[in-house]
Structure formats: C-alpha cells, structure tokens
Ligand binder design. Sequence first.
Ligand SMILES: [Zn+2]
Length: 261
Amino acid sequence: MKENWKSFLKSISLYRPLRSVYGRWPSFINRIVYRKYKGRGYTCNFCGAAYMKMVPEYPGYDIEKALTTNQVIAAYGENVYCPDCGSRNAERLIKAVISSYLPIHKKKVLHCAPERRLFEWMGQFSDVSAVDGSYAANLPFRNGAFDLVIANHIFESIPDDQKAMREIHRVLSRNGAAILQVHYSSFLPGTIEYPTLRDPQQQAALFGDKEHVRIYSLDDYVLRLIQTGFRVRVLTPSELAPFRRYGIQETESVFLAYRSH
Ligand SMILES: [Zn+2]
C-alpha cells in the first residue's frame, strides 16, 4: 500500500479496522491477493508456502504513538501473516526457536494463551496443556508439572506480572525451560507501568495495546525474570538471523528462562 494512501486511511481512522478485517480474511482470498508475491524470500515454517513477502500489519492510529515514541519492539511489520495458512510472525519465531533450541518430543508443555497453529503443531508429538493468559498468576497445575512453558505476550497485561513469573517458575520441572516473549523497549531507561489502569483507550495511548498495563525496558524485564529465580538466556536478533527466512520480526530478541533450582 502506498504511504500516502496509508496516511489517508489513518487520518480518517479506517486503517486499523481495515487491517484487522484483512488479517482475518480466509486463506483462499489472501492466496489470490498475494499471488503476485509468490516466490523466493520467505517460507512459512508451518505450511511451507514461499513468498517474496508476506501480509503486512502495522499498528493502528490509537497505539502507534506509544509504540514509536518508546521504540517498542512489537510484532508488526511487512511480513506478519502467512498468506496461505494465516500463521503470524510471532508463532513462526517460536516454532523456529523450539525446533532449534528446545527438543520437546514427548515432553509436557504448557501453552499460555495458545496460538492455534503452534498449539496444534506441538500437540503432534508432545503432551500440551493450554491455559488462558489471565490465569497465569494463578496456574491450576501442580509444582514441576511441565518441561516447557510458552507465554507469548501475556505479562504486559497482568497487573502482578512477577506473581505470574513465579507461577511459571513453580510449574516448571527441574531444568525446565520457558519461552517468555513480551513487547519491550531497549530505549526506555526503566519499565513504564500503571498496573491498576482499566481504561482501554488510555492503555492503548500509554502502552501501545488496549489490554497492556506496562511497557518493559529490556534490562528491567530480564532483571524481573532473574529476581524470580530464572536463569535467563536472551537470543539476540543476530543469533536469530537464520530464522529471518520464515518472515519473523527481525529486531526482536527471544527470552529463554530456565528453572535453575
Ligand atoms: Zn503458512
């Protein structure tokens, strides 16, 4: 889409609604619309479709300022949806990381706020449980029940995020691992938060998402995980560069958290 057309749609507040409808279109329509992008460049690691580019998604007018002002790394950009199966960049990144770093064959996995394609893929060879993200601070599972926990962008919405971190630590087995993705900023000197705020418009304007109550600074996020008892390994964008062929968010790091005691 041409930049000035995009700006025009944003100015009349139509861009975000159009994008969200567009993102939900059935695959067959996307396949027709994006036929011209078929080719080499990006391959979906869920369905194998190959494209020169995938379906873009940009933040809407209501959240864009908070994300750009605070230089937030979020899952928007030129290559978000797979035109064929609809997988998102965040799902493709997690699948790639699991495949390369965390063997899960026959392991017990907890998938918080599950993404459908990722959940179905893991279910083929692992024992996967799912839980709504809102339960993360009170997980209904016994201590040490899981070898892997996946929580993709849930801490930003939870008032007591460190309680949710402690819960995930509790349900992990000894030497278990978690993939704990959040929106974060390397630019902010500290996390900005208002945990009790319940006003979607203000939350969107302040934190770049109508359900979020904070934007983490990178250092503070890692510190909170360490304070919880995790041993943290941050996979940097350069370490993740081999996965760019799957159309991932290229500036995003991945947070691996290991139960160390
Ligand atoms: Zn796909």
